[in-house]
Design a protein. Structure first.
Length: 75
């Protein structure tokens, strides 16, 4: 039971990190990690956000190479 809950929270954390990566890619706005005073916490935060970047890259590569997606027109 505890292991399932831990997996669920980890999955949610990765999902939030991926969402932040998508916002950064589409709008250019990103969390300002330089303002975190503790270098250890800053490093952990940057790694956490890096995981979201990696997941976003994999999802984007999958969509580009898939026949189910096509490039839409920007408005």
């Amino acid at each position: 039971m505890v292991l399932g809950r831990l997996f669920h929270y980890a999955f949610d954390a990765v999902l939030v990190s991926t969402l932040v990566a998508g916002v950064r890619r589409s709008s250019g706005f990103a969390p300002q990690t330089e303002s975190i005073p503790d270098p250890t916490l800053r490093s952990v935060t940057e790694r956490y956000l890096g995981i979201g970047e990696s997941i976003f890259d994999m999802a984007q590569a999958t969509a580009v190479n898939s026949s189910y997606f096509k490039r839409g027109e920007r408005r």
